[in-house]
Write a protein that binds this ligand. Structure first.
Ligand SMILES: [Zn+2]
Length: 255
């Protein structure tokens, strides 16, 4: 996924520069302006710094961390460490993603939705979020019809969340052994069960090959294994109980 950083100027109307709190939700939006590009929407947010007023004479406050365009391209408007003005009362604890759409029904293109799924998966891993419970629509926060297609078709939104979960790889592998190949750009989630599984620490034996991201879900220990090395690089993945010795569970190989 190629993310173009085109950050807004710090200003009171679209990038207040306020530090974002602990991220607990990812909020999905649609731009509501059919056929417009990610860049055009970013430029609109930037233009608000002049102090635009709506039809009632009120100042317009609007922005988003990310905007995904019709071809799946991504423009980042605000650093993830700062608040965006996208999701009302959820702004202090959410990362926001606006999506472009070709027509009035708000349905995303295949390319936009694919990028949205990949971006949500990456964010869920980064902030240790559950894709089923923690990816929300603007509608779920305020009742606003946004993103329209997912509000009109809740089944499509549910399928989308399942798709993000599938990208993250959860519930696929369990207590693995042997060598596991991980494609660059994808993730592998290892699940460790059994007595005291929740107390395990998961580590990589060799540096620079993978990043291990612990995920706590119920009594099980999950760890996302994210490739960062070159194709062919390998490392052992170990689990350690408090006070115990590291135990090799499997070998991860980047492909
Ligand atoms: Zn919205």
């Amino acid at each position: 996924m190629n993310i173009v950083k085109d950050l807004l100027t710090i200003n009171p109307y679209s990038r207040p520069g306020t530090k974002l709190g602990k991220v607990t939700k990812i909020a999905v939006h649609y731009v509501g302006n059919p056929g417009t590009s990610a860049q055009a929407n970013r430029n609109y947010f930037e233009s608000l710094k002049a102090g635009s007023r709506d039809s009632k004479g009120q100042f317009v406050y609007a922005s988003s961390h990310y905007i995904i365009g019709l071809g799946g391209e991504v423009v980042q408007c605000i650093p993830e460490s700062e608040v965006s003005y996208a999701t009302n009362q959820a702004n202090p604890y959410s990362i926001s993603i606006e999506c472009c759409h070709p027509s009035i029904d708000g349905k995303f293109t295949v390319e936009t939705e694919q990028t949205l799924a990949e971006l949500c998966a990456a964010l869920c891993l980064r902030y240790r979020l559950d894709p089923i419970g923690d990816i929300v629509r603007h509608y779920d926060v305020t009742g606003k019809c946004c993103p329209k297609y997912y509000v009109d078709h809740p089944d499509a939104f549910e399928a989308f969340r399942q798709r993000v979960k599938a990208i993250m790889g959860t519930d696929i592998q369990s207590d693995t052994s042997g060598t596991v190949q991980i494609r660059r750009g994808a993730y592998y989630t290892a699940k460790f069960t059994g007595v005291n599984a929740g107390k395990l620490t998961v580590t990589a034996g060799t540096g620079g090959v993978v990043t291990v991201v612990p995920i706590n879900r119920g009594a099980d220990k999950l760890a996302a294994i994210v490739p960062i090395g070159k194709p062919g690089d390998t490392t052992g993945i170990y689990t350690t109980l408090p006070g115990g010795k590291p135990m090799k569970r499997f070998v991860a190989q980047v492909i």
